[in-house]
Write a protein that binds this ligand. Sequence first.
Ligand SMILES: Nc1ncnc2c1ncn2[C@@H]1O[C@H](COP(=O)(O)OP(=O)(O)OP(=O)(O)O)[C@@H](O)[C@H]1O
Ligand SMILES: [Mg+2]
Length: 448
Amino acid sequence: MSEEEKSKNTPTLRIEIAEVFKPLLSETYRIKFYYGGRGGGKSYAFADSLLLKARQEKLFIACLREIQDSIKDSVYKLLCDRISAWGLNDYKIFENKIENRFTGSRFIFRGLRDQDVNNIKSLEGVDIAWIEEAQTITKKSWDILSPTIRKDGSEIWISMNRENENDALWVVLASKPDARTLVRKVNYYDNPFCPEELKIQAEACRQNNPDDYAHIWLGEPLRQGHCKLIASHLVREAFEPKISEISSPLVIGLDIARFGDDKTSFCFRRGRWCQRFESYAKLDNVDVANLAHGFIQKLHPKRIFMDIGGQGAGVYDILKDRGFSEIIRGVYFGEKARQNERYFNRRAEMWDAVRDWLASRPPVQLPRDEELFEDLCAVNKRYDRHGRLQLEEKEEIKKRLGRSPDKADALALTFAEPVYDDGEPRLYGNGRLTYNDLFTQQQRSNEW
Ligand SMILES: Nc1ncnc2c1ncn2[C@@H]1O[C@H](COP(=O)(O)OP(=O)(O)OP(=O)(O)O)[C@@H](O)[C@H]1O
Ligand SMILES: [Mg+2]
């Protein structure tokens, strides 16, 4: 075909490539490694650049991923869509390959995991290998592929959304790139074509869950061994009002400030309805005990579970002295869990009970409170060497949050032990009164 015929058939459309991706076309590197979060434009820019290049010269292009059960898993469809979007009628689309009529360039699509030696050999003439979703590529696949792409001047293009700190190709290629490797990070805000909808989603995620945002939208790897105990959507769901009446007994969780900047928090929960929190700064033991005493008189809680590590022990003693030992229970966050084989300590056990409660049906309810949201979603979990659930150290959380998660700790305390509404009269007030007597007398005399 003559040059004239070629130019007649070939659209003169100028394909626009965002600045950050221009090195794909203009520079020579053995490895071109692009990584980042959702919506960075990696897939589109790689597809467009390859389509452009393959119109200019004869290229053998392999589009690779770790697993490809069918062509549907590959970038085949994306390439077809881009061919159609740009009206590139010089491309001919086959069932499982794409060719350029003029240059004779060819695109093929393969999964690496199930390649046998013969299949791999067929890749030896490849000019450009594009590895999409490269976070899933194993070291083993890479070790086979890398020496196979052996043609002089051949390039390996890699697009990756980071998964974790040990992503095989990241460790091998990008963590300490050599002179033949180009590494670029791209996020949605670098993508001039990023749809508004994605920007809205990214912003919502930034506000609701900064850790998810860093991973999903900024392309940060998940920190190893750290992941959230409580999913943010569970907390959001619990914020939706749904309960207006409840007969479950009141349980109060009391988290007592340990240091000057912490707050003393009370949590008031009746069964699946956590009704409110009250937080106070700078109280001494007697102040806290008086507040608790007041709540006992006024609200008739079935139990108050209080943290008796540090300061709390003093408060506990005062309340016990005033005759409330049937109602109050002391809990050490660090003590052995009730289910010792499942939990590293009591704190992990109680927090996991919160997670369980949030996921339970019928749905539960929390007061809408952004501080509480941050508290609940701040905590990372891991497993100790016995496979028991463990929470990250309070100090770590404090560093990230800028305070301790007092409200969530108070909520967790309400789960220290199951509380049954068994209606049994018991002795209160130094054993002189029953639970009912205590409050009926109280209502009559109205003093304490
Ligand atoms: N050249 C372009 N022309 C038009 N729209 C584009 C272009 N490049 C990117 N986009 C838009 O930006 C969106 C995100 O791009 P793309 O899917 O390539 O991102 P990515 O970095 O591969 O991220 P993901 O992890 O979401 O796959 C696309 O869905 C598309 O709407
Ligand atoms: Mg992509």
